[in-house]
Structure formats: C-alpha cells, structure tokens
Design a binder for this molecule. Structure first.
Ligand code: SF4
Ligand code: SF4
Length: 341
C-alpha cells in the first residue's frame, strides 16, 4: 500500500506541527483574484508578487505533475492576546511572530524531515518542493483547501480551535494523497478587523491594500513611509497584529511552549530609546537568526524614529540625537528624513 494522508499527518504531528492537511494540487477560483489585486496596485513595491503571479495561480506551474499540497500550521503565539493590550507608548511593539527564531529556517528543517520520512516510507519515488512563506504559493488558499481553517476577512488563515497565530508551510508533491475537505468560512457577520485597522488597509472583506498596511510599511517598504500614515504606526516598529488581536477566534488561542518561538532577550518589549541607542553591530547581532532582519537596519531605524516621534517620549527624542560612527544606518538620508520630520 502507498503512503496515506493519515500517515503523513501523524508524522507531521510527531515532528511538532500543530496542524496538517492535504489539498489537491489544483487552481482554485480564489487564486484568480491575485491578478485583480495586483492590477489595483495593492502589492506596492512587492514586485516579487507580480513576478511570480503565473506560478501563484496554480502550484502545478511550480512542480509539474504535482498532485497534492501538504499544508502545515504551527502555533507561534507565546502570550495570551490580552497581555499585549496596553504596551506603553515608549515601548516598541513588535509583531508577535517575530519575537522568536526565524520561522523560515526552523519550519523548513521540520518540513524537510517530513519529506525524508515520506521518501523512506513511500514505495514509489516522487518530486517535492518545500516552502515556508516566501515561495510562489498562495499558501492561505491551499491551507483552506487542506482543511486547516478559512481565510478570514483580515486575510489570515483562521483555525476554529487554534485561531490565527499560525505559521504555514507546505510541501508540494507528485504523490496522489487523499485530500481533506476544505475549511468552512466562519467570520459570519463580524467586521471587527475591518473596523479596527488604523490605516483602512482592509478595503473590503479579505482584501488588503498592502500599501496602507503597517506590516508592509514597516517590513517590506524600503523607502520613506508616507507622512499621513506615520501617526497610525504608533509604537509599532515591526509589523502589526491589530486585525488578529481583535479577532474573536483568537480570544482563546493557545500558547506555544516551543523554544523556537519564545521571545528573545532584547526583542521582548524593548524601550524605543534603547533600540535606537544600539550600535549597528549590536542591532545586527540582535537580528541574527530573527525574521526581523528582513526590514534591514535602515528600515528598522526608520520605524523606530517614527515610533519615537509618535510616542512623545523625551528619552527617545534625546536618543535620536545619537548617530555617530557606530550607527552609520542612523545617518542614512532616508532614515534622517524620518528623524527630522
Ligand atoms: S496588519 Fe494592521 S495595518 Fe495591516 S491590515 Fe491588519 S490592522 Fe491593518
Ligand atoms: S475579526 Fe471577525 S471578520 Fe475579522 S477575521 Fe476575525 S472573525 Fe473574521
């Protein structure tokens, strides 16, 4: 007998994944919306989205002959959502997915262990491709079709029991595994996330204008943050969790005990002034092995400068005067513009 979906899922659980399901490797109707989303300019500077659009419409363009997409979900939340409620203005808010180790590396290694096990267990040979977040795959759509949950109005994958603090990862493979039933939409009449978004980035249910989203502005955007949007960042220096924090399905979300996601020293609610005062070498060391390195030093300094401006914190404002040879990124013209405005 060949490898079964049930056996793959049991092994996934053993390897530390909280969720695992199988979607058929097809082009689902929801995937076609990507083109319209790109045409509306909602991807901003994320040119890789347009570059990979063709492949994103169907995983069979990524792995020819693909029959199945094994999708995994991993809880990364390490604090109950209510504990994050009141972070003082002078303290940096960092999106909770970035508090621990770099999920790309951690989860890719676990997915590769699952593939190695599949190869040993399956009688036939097969092709695979493993992705965690960065591949040309609309992973939330495949996650829904693998039965992991549904794509909420906040565009996140929500599991009815575990909520949305989940990392997704997938194995596209040519094995014809038994697919799961797709997850059912359970947002109903709720619109909390749309109402709570401080920049109006959720322009409609499940439609994100990334160019207005704080996650995009603080992580993906390389240049200047549009001035009218800066106040909405508040003390957020990397990402934004608001549309997940307000989601009722996260009210009882579980907490992960996995050492990989526990908050690192220095990223656990650091004062804005202390973050700015770190030398570039210090910052580099802090971000090593963290997903936050995606913002680059200049991006992070830019965000901290905006957050200090929003906070009204006098120590922070004094810290902004500290540039000097040990902090070359603080003298970057783009960063300076955010310090001075
Ligand atoms: S992450 Fe923040 S800014 Fe982006 S859509 Fe959600 S609430 Fe809005
Ligand atoms: S806040 Fe409400 S509408 Fe938004 S994703 Fe959660 S359940 Fe859906």
């Amino acid at each position: 007998m060949g490898l079964t979906s049930a056996a793959v899922k049991a092994k996934a659980r053993e390897l530390g994944f909280d969720l695992c399901g199988v979607a058929p490797a097809e082009s689902f109707p929801e995937l076609a919306f990507l083109r319209e989303w790109l045409d509306r300019g909602y991807a901003g500077e994320m040119a890789y989205m347009a570059r990979s659009a063709e492949r994103r419409l169907d995983v069979r363009a990524v792995v020819p002959g693909a029959r199945s997409v094994i999708v995994t979900g991993t809880v990364y939340n390490t604090v109950p959502p209510c504990a994050e409620g009141d972070v003082p203005p002078a303290i940096a808010r960092i999106s909770r997915y970035a508090w621990g180790g770099d999920y790309h590396d951690v989860l890719k290694a676990r997915l590769e262990a699952l593939v190695a096990w599949m190869r040993a267990a399956a009688p036939e040979s097969f092709e695979t491709r493993v992705y965690v977040d960065t591949g040309p795959v609309q992973e939330r759509v495949y996650a829904q079709h693998a039965g992991l949950g549904w794509v909420g109005k906040n565009t996140c994958l929500i599991n009815p029991e575990l909520g949305s603090w989940l990392f997704l990862g997938e194995i596209i493979c040519t094995l014809p595994l038994e697919p799961d039933a797709p997850g059912l939409e359970q947002c109903g009449g709720c619109t909390r996330c749309l109402e709570a978004c401080p920049t109006g980035a959720l322009v409609d249910a499940g439609v994100l204008d990334a160019t207005r989203c704080i996650s995009y502005l603080t992580i993906e955007l390389r240049g200047r943050i549009p001035e009218p949007l800066r106040p909405a960042l508040g003390n957020r220096v990397y990402g934004c969790d608001i549309c997940q924090e307000v989601c009722p399905h996260n009210r009882t979300a579980p907490v992960s005990a996995d050492p990989a996601w526990q908050p690192r020293a220095g990223l656990d609610r650091p004062p804005l002034a202390a973050l700015w005062r770190r030398t570039d070498d210090d910052l580099r060391a802090l971000l090593k092995g963290s997903p936050m390195k995606r913002a680059k030093l200049t991006g992070l300094r830019r965000n901290v400068a905006v957050a200090i401006g929003n906070s009204g914190d006098r120590d922070g404002a004094a810290a902004l005067g500290d540039a000097g040879a040990e902090r070359p990124s603080a003298s970057d013209p783009m960063v300076r513009e955010h310090v001075e405005t």
